[in-house]
Design a protein around this ligand. Structure first.
Ligand code: ME8
Length: 509
């Protein structure tokens, strides 16, 4: 599972947090499902944009990249995003991978020397054709500048049009969501031009092997991170067979999660480069949507950039992760509003799951000598229906996660908690206390079983809070993987502590 590697020309904001949390949820989920996962992220530290940002601040590029890369690490830590690899493109190992990839492209005849003139957007680190400009700007709204004719290496992207289209057709799941896939197809069908892949006008980057007047185009450098994260190319000079051995383990199931802004680089350029280097393609490329803030574009000049770590300070890490994943369909655009965050977190976490836990466990502790009740009656139709909903959760969540419908995964959990709250209100265990204590025990036991399933499945999204719920339910740490959904259960007689509130309620801003 990979995030994009983030540019270090700017501080991390909620958009970066979004992608990183999403990937962390996907990685944790698969790990709890028993799969071997390698979760990679990092920082994209080369290029003209970074060189200029350093110059503006009067520091060296190296000082700048060290500082901002550190901020991206802190962002991950603060959000409890736990990658296995953090690639920095200034790492020696990564640069070696870039040089190796370059040589393979060159050896296969996919690179030639020509000359380039045209429009370039430094903000997007992207070349644009005259015909793509809108009112003298890039289609993204970024400023473009004219690059006077300079010698440049080119990648024969135009050779790959047919092969890419065939590959997309044979692998309909490669690019998602569907609407984005269609955009990519339309773009490739519209014809591909060869891609300029080196620059001579700045120095901050990886020199082209054998011609160090040229710097490798920052996107080739950046995309190679997905290989260098896996140790590519193995031994120095790496024989092709060596590459394959190292990549074998994780590369065939690689999932690239990116924002829609950079889908073209991942779904067109990257597959073509891999084809040219005779390397297999990743399994899936998922483009999520774009966040605005209160309906407006997030930008430094607007002064409306949301610092995710400030959110964590104020609301805690799990409410922040929850809001980011639960509020919008993964794949669609979202709009950040503190008010909606508070409403959503208060409703789904504090009022629904938190309150259910608190009520249930308080009754258990008070009425059954601080332990899970031992005498439990026959299940009724109602009880069985509730337990059935809980046992269907795993399949539904698996289905959602395997297609990156993270919001859908959350919805399944929210729905079962909702149903359970209706169940407790219908069963009124607080009334049963006097009339039928055994029935009370049964109802509370059913709810604890459901909470156990919900908390186990919530671990990828709200790891700290889910484990607090499991602690309160007396579920041992060794029994919390998804395999225990079926094989485990709440143990009668387990002593329980008096529950404490897990999800605080927040005031509206
Ligand atoms: O593009 N809404 O880096 P970058 C949603 N270095 N997601 C957002 C967002 C927003 N408003 N703003 C940023 C680069 N993102 C390259 C990538 S990969 C080989 C090289 C997220 O720092 C989203 O994932 O501009 C987007 O694709 C990424 O940050 C862009 O980060």
């Amino acid at each position: 599972v990979t995030t994009p590697i983030y540019y270090v020309n700017d501080r991390p904001h909620v958009g970066h947090a979004y992608t990183s949390v999403a990937c962390d949820v996907l990685a944790r989920y698969q790990r709890l499902a028993g799969r071997e996962v390698l979760f990679c992220t990092g920082t994209d530290e080369h290029g003209q944009k970074v060189e200029e940002a350093a110059r503006r601040r009067g520091i060296s590029p190296q000082e700048l990249v060290d500082e901002v890369s550190g901020q991206f690490r802190e962002l991950a830590e603060g959000l409890e995003v736990e990658p296995d690899r953090f690639v920095r493109t200034t790492d020696q190992g990564h640069q070696r991978a870039v040089r190796h990839l370059w040589r393979r492209l060159e050896d296969s005849g996919a690179i030639y020397l020509g000359s380039y003139e045209g429009w370039y957007s430094i903000r997007d680190e992207c070349y644009y054709a005259e015909s793509e400009l809108v009112d003298g700007r890039a289609p993204t709204g970024s400023e473009v500048e004219w690059t006077a004719k300079e010698p440049s290496y080119f990648f024969r992207l135009s050779d790959y049009e047919g092969r890419l289209l065939r590959y997309y057709e044979d692998h309909p799941d490669l690019i998602a969501p569907e609407s984005r896939r269609n955009e990519v197809l339309a773009f490739v069908r519209g014809g591909l031009r060869d891609l300029s892949v080196s620059r001579t006008s700045f120095r901050w980057g990886v020199p082209v092997p054998g011609d160090d007047g040229h710097i490798v185009y920052v996107w080739i450098d950046a995309l190679a991170n997905y290989l260098s994260a896996l140790g590519y190319p193995g031994t120095e000079g790496g024989a092709p067979s060596g590459d394959d051995a190292i990549l074998d383990r994780f590369w065939p199931t690689a999932l690239h999660v990116v924002g829609k802004d950079i889908l073209r680089f991942h779904a067109v350029y990257w597959p073509a480069l891999l084809m040219a280097a005779d390397l297999p393609l990743p399994r899936r490329i998922f483009a999520h949507g774009w966040w605005t803030i209160n309906g407006e574009k997030m930008s430094k000049s607007e002064g409306n950039v949301v610092d995710p770590l400030r959110l964590v300070d104020k609301y805690g890490v799990d409410p922040t992760r929850f809001y980011l994943m639960a509020d919008v369909v993964f794949g669609s655009d979202g709009d950040f509003s503190r008010e909606r965050m508070v409403l959503k977190v208060n409703a789904n976490l504090a009022n629904e799951v938190g309150n259910l836990c608190q009520r249930t466990l308080t009754m258990v502790v008070k009425n059954f000598d601080g332990a899970v009740p031992v005498t439990i009656g026959q299940y009724t139709q109602d009880d069985r229906a509730m337990l059935e909903s809980a046992s269907l959760l795993r399949g539904k969540c698996d289905e959602a996660i395997s297609t990156q419908k993270i919001h859908r995964y959350v919805e399944h959990l929210v729905a079962v908690v909702w149903e359970t709250n209706q169940y407790i209100d219908r069963m009124e265990p607080w009334v049963l206390r006097k009339t039928d204590p055994e029935r009370m025990a049964t109802v509370l036991f059913v709810i604890m079983e459901i909470l156990r399933a919900v908390a186990i499945l919530y671990q990828p999204l709200i790891p700290g809070s889910a484990s607090k719920i499991l602690d309160q339910l007396g579920v041992p740490a060794s029994d919390r993987s998804f395999a225990h959904l079926k094989s485990g259960s709440i143990q009668p007689g387990t002593s329980l502590a008096k529950p404490v509130i897990i999800f605080p309620r927040f005031d509206l801003p």
